[in-house]
Design a binder for this molecule. Structure first.
Ligand code: A3P
Length: 320
């Protein structure tokens, strides 16, 4: 069955069987774990991270819901925090590594497949990433002083991005995932790490309660005014740009290095594989636009998703 194929431990398999399940977008089933819909391997890795990951005060966690700009924020965070190590005119790791190789996910890389990684030799600050919802994070992430940068994106565009992505990476034998079916599941919250609005709200309220701990970013804002948000990100991470850097264009340079156009064209992102899992890196770069959803949504779809958003977000202060 599906679980055997996924190399789950017997313990994980037994636990899974106790959870509510629904058909997912890409594996047969998603399971409701601590309020969120996840794939079996993600649940096993999350539990392993909960049991073993020890955050340090200087750690930086990039957090997001899938398809909301994770790759971009990883690149920017890496470039900002390592900017004194590399001379941009000579060599930069982002030129021959995918951002997911430089800022690994707890649940897809480090704690995947029942591994317990040795993190003792990583330089500081250590950069990690996760899609795990706030309430299910390893305890030490919340109790330490480590910082979290969270990115989210308009649910309209996130849905279209996710739908394209899943159609590219899911096994051919499954056939295409029709947009109507995917959309119905999305609106009901049955999507990887969904309900997506609950995922955002978890980090949103944490940011309101602890603004020094969580920086809450939106894809659309960053597209519109990248330099402003890069400075904000650097300030938040405790490595503000100096006046000298601002004058010599260092902020802009980082923005250019990590731009969609630049990153998409790099060989590692055209031909490379396996930065997250067993698919081609090029699938991580599609259009990188704001508002592409208008090309796909019917008026009824707009109405339905807008209603879901009104219901979930009203009164929270979070809007799109
Ligand atoms: P589209 O499918 O709308 O193009 P994630 O990184 O969380 O998987 O999000 C993927 C989305 O971010 C995709 O959106 C992808 O094209 C876009 N993206 C990837 N790299 C980017 C970059 N450097 N700048 C802006 N957007 C980027």
């Amino acid at each position: 069955g599906a679980h055997k194929d996924e190399d789950l431990t017997n313990e994980s398999y037994e636990f899974l069987c106790s959870l509510p399940k629904e058909k997912g977008w890409r594996t047969q089933n998603l399971y409701l774990y601590q309020g969120f819909w996840c794939q079996p391997k993600e649940i096993q890795a999350t539990i392993s991270a909960q049991n073993h990951f020890q955050a340090q005060d200087s750690d930086i966690m990039v957090a997001s819901i899938p398809k909301s700009g994770t790759t971009w924020l990883k690149a920017l965070t890496f470039a900002i925090t390592n900017r004194n190590k590399y001379d941009l005119t000579k060599y930069h790791p982002l030129l021959d590594s995918n951002p997911h190789d430089l800022v690994p996910f707890l649940e897809y890389k480090l704690y995947a497949d029942n591994k317990i990684p040795d993190l003792s030799n990583i330089g500081h600050p250590r950069l990690f990433a996760t899609h795990i919802p706030l309430g299910s994070l390893p305890e030490s992430i919340r109790s330490s002083k480590c910082k979290m940068v969270y990115i989210c994106r308009s649910p309209f565009d996130t849905f279209i991005s996710a739908w394209h992505f899943v159609n590219k990476i899911r096994p051919e034998s499954y056939g295409p995932l029709e947009i109507e079916e995917a959309f119905d599941m999305y609106c009901r919250g049955v999507v990887g790490f969904g309900p997506h609005l609950d995922h955002m709200l978890g980090y949103w309220y944490e940011c309101l309660a602890k603004p020094d701990k969580v920086l809450f970013l939106k894809y659309e804002d960053m597209k519109e005014n990248l330099c402003f948000y890069l400075k904000k990100l650097a300030d938040f991470l405790g490595c503000p740009f100096t006046l000298e850097e601002e004058k010599t264009g260092a902020v802009q340079e980082i923005g250019n290095l990590c731009s969609f156009k630049n990153m998409k064209e790099l060989e590692v992102n055209q031909k490379g594989k396996g930065a997250i899992a067993d698919f081609e890196n090029k699938n991580l770069f599609r259009k990188g636009d704001v508002g592409d959803w208008v090309n796909y949504f019917t008026p009824m779809m707009v109405q339905r998703l807008a209603n879901v958003m009104d219901e979930k977000l009203s009164g929270s202060g979070l809007s799109f």
